[in-house]
Write a protein that binds this ligand. Structure first.
Ligand SMILES: Cc1ncc(COP(=O)(O)O)c(C=O)c1O
Length: 537
């Protein structure tokens, strides 16, 4: 190894020096905010060499898990900035914040009411605390192929049905990966009537508290649209945000806020101490403090400039013909209270292309879907633009205030060019009318792809995990009880969880994911040939 960089370091350095532009996390977009000066960094004022400041809990540097000095004061400053009762730096991502919030707000063996589109971390929390789980299903927006919000009325119905008052907390995710925001204020009001806390996984919304002006769901000129309110401003009791996703902070950094009389903070603190390393990184903590301070000062103005850049970006793309971009029209859907425009969701729903075409006269040309995967690949290979996520019918470009005008322009120009290219595929307009039956079926299936199948719970998540397991081929697993998760990653939302019956719908869905070449995860058999189920007597 002497004189040689490690393989990973070599690859990272090469990538960092390339012209690939990151439309993905982390939100710093490979730019350092140390010594920030009106949009750029002052000379010689960058973040120090990581090795020079990487220490442990030596005298004078406090202890994250037992803060009494510099870290305590830093987190108190953060709480003041956010307007929370208490804010906690987290070094293991929102994942450990979600685990701590779930375990800290429920009793072991208790019950939680939870949105089915929660990240897998929420399911892991339910396993660790042996919880009974009741699910809230987001409305499915078929025309967009994405999940909508959670209606407050559904929360009320579920809590009213719970006659014995077993539910101890409610957990929702808002904004979602696609930027869909639920009416958190209305949900918090309902949940508080039942005197239990509302936990909001706002992993994707760390930037929201710093937006200049916020909108309500009223009709507002598109060009005046702003960011939604943060869950903390809407009455949520516990809010978890990934600083690294949408703000200029290092990967793994997150923050948990408590603003509530319904939550015992010591309980959450106890679990934060269990789910985090006993050697939290001082680099991460310094990056978090710097990020929060920056956002409270220069960041607010930067957010305004960013809003303007986004408006320009969306405006340039308003005439797309084949591709389409999610916009505030989605707020017309009943369950969608607001939408976070930082998430650029490009739909390929209407796009087809010629497959196997070798010349203009080629008789054997075949029409094929031009899906999210194809768009993501094209953006990467031809334009050197890396997306956050590709789904069957869309891609997501994650933006942040650290995105440059040049970066956004590269994306809009690429999308316009691709759109033009797709338009030239003259079949676009007639395709939908002349689809053969097989392709029509394919199309209909696609539209249902993101709809979460209804879970058939046969036993608790934790019980299923503790049972004796048996490995079985998928084709033989119908009606058996799963001991494993199945999800697409990203976004990491399970379609099957331990303790749930493997229905025909689930089997069809997994087979379909496989034919689409999507990244199905959660199973111990990566070939997806078999699954571990609860052993039958
Ligand atoms: C909705 C949601 N919640 C939580 C998480 C976990 O966040 P982290 O990666 O910061 O642990 C993710 C990660 O993608 C997510 O999408």
């Amino acid at each position: 190894m002497e004189g040689k960089k490690s393989r990973l370091l070599e690859k990272l350095s090469t990538y960092s020096e390339s012209d690939y532009y990151p439309f993905h996390m982390p939100g710093h977009k490979r730019r350092d905010i140390s010594g920030w000066n009106g949009g750029s960094q002052k000379k010689n004022e960058g973040f120090p060499n990581p090795y020079s400041i990487d220490i442990t809990e030596i005298d004078g540097f406090d202890n994250l898990l037992h803060p009494e000095g510099i870290l305590k004061h830093s987190m108190e400053d953060a709480a003041e900035i956010y307007g929370s009762d208490h804010s906690y730096y987290i070094v293991n991502g929102s994942t450990s914040g979600i685990l701590s919030a779930i375990c800290g707000c429920t009793k072991h063996g208790g019950k939680i009411l939870m949105a089915r589109n929660c990240h897998k971390a929420a399911y892991h929390g339910a396993i660790l605390h042996h919880l009974d789980v009741e699910y809230l299903y987001p409305e499915y927006l078929e025309s967009y192929g994405i999940n909508g919000g959670i209606p407050a009325e559904d929360v009320r119905k579920a809590l009213e049905k719970d006659g014995n008052k077993k539910i101890q907390a409610v957990l929702i995710v808002s904004p979602t990966y696609e930027g869909i925001v639920s009416n958190v204020q209305a949900i918090a009001d309902v949940v508080h009537e039942f005197e239990i806390p509302l936990i909001v996984d706002e992993a994707h919304g760390a930037h929201l508290p710093f937006a200049s002006m916020k909108t309500t769901n009223e009709a507002v000129e598109e060009s005046n649209r702003k960011f939604p309110y943060s869950a903390l401003e809407c009455g949520a009791d516990v809010v978890i945000q990934s600083l690294h996703k949408t703000l200029p902070s290092l990967t793994q950094t997150a923050i948990l806020h408590i603003k509530s009389d319904l939550v015992k903070r010591r309980n959450i603190e106890r679990y934060l101490g269990m789910f985090q390393s006993s050697s939290p990184s001082y680099l991460f903590m310094a990056a978090m403090e710097q990020c929060v301070q920056f956002m409270n000062e220069e960041g607010r103005e930067e957010m305004e400039r960013y809003e303007m850049r986004l408006h320009l970006f969306y405006d340039r793309l308003k005439d797309l013909k084949v591709l389409s971009i999610l916009n505030h029209d989605v707020c017309k859907e009943e369950s969608v209270f607001d939408w976070d425009m930082s998430k650029v969701v490009v739909s390929t729903k209407k796009a087809v292309t010629f497959a196997n075409k070798t010349s203009d006269e080629d008789e054997n040309e075949d029409v094929a879907r031009f899906g999210g995967e194809a768009l993501g690949n094209l953006l990467r290979e031809k334009y050197h633009l890396e997306m956050e996520m590709t789904a069957p019918e869309h891609v997501i470009a994650m933006t942040s205030l650290m995105d440059t005008e040049e970066g956004l322009q590269r994306l809009s120009e690429a999308l316009l060019e691709i759109d033009e290219m797709l338009c030239e595929e003259i079949l676009q307009t007639v395709f939908h009318e002349q689809l053969g039956t097989d392709k029509k079926k394919l199309y209909e299936k696609d539209s249902l792809l993101a709809k979460l199948p209804k879970a058939v719970q046969a036993m608790k998540l934790a019980e299923a995990v503790d049972e004796k397991g048996q490995r079985i081929t998928f084709s033989d697993s119908l009606n058996m009880i799963s001991q494993e998760f199945v999800y697409l990653y990203p976004p990491g939302i399970p379609i099957l969880a331990p303790g749930e019956k493997i229905t025909k719908e689930i089997l069809d869905r997994i087979a379909w994911y496989q034919t689409m070449g999507l990244s199905v995860q959660g199973l111990s058999d990566p070939s997806l040939y078999s699954i571990i189920t609860v052993a039958e007597e």
